[in-house]
Ligand binder design. Structure first.
Ligand SMILES: [Zn+2]
Ligand SMILES: [Zn+2]
Length: 66
């Protein structure tokens, strides 16, 4: 489930995503790590949740998704 970068949507095996990782430490992810679809992100007082139309909801620590 971490084929794609949740920040830029590019394959994690290509390029350098260090800046993306730093960014998702405090921003919700934007792309599904499994299919790179753009996710619907909802920010709440307790955190955030992101939903992929194919894989469902992703929530929690965004750093673990990169
Ligand atoms: Zn990236
Ligand atoms: Zn997906």
């Amino acid at each position: 489930m971490d084929t794609y970068c949740v920040r830029c949507g590019a394959p994690t095996g290509e390029g350098d995503h260090a800046a993306c990782r730093a960014r998702v430490a405090y921003d919700p992810p934007r792309y599904c790590p499994g299919c790179a679809r753009r996710m619907v992100v909802q920010v709440s007082p307790s955190g955030w949740s992101a939903r992929c139309s194919a894989h469902g909801e992703v929530a929690g620590n965004a750093q673990e998704l990169v």
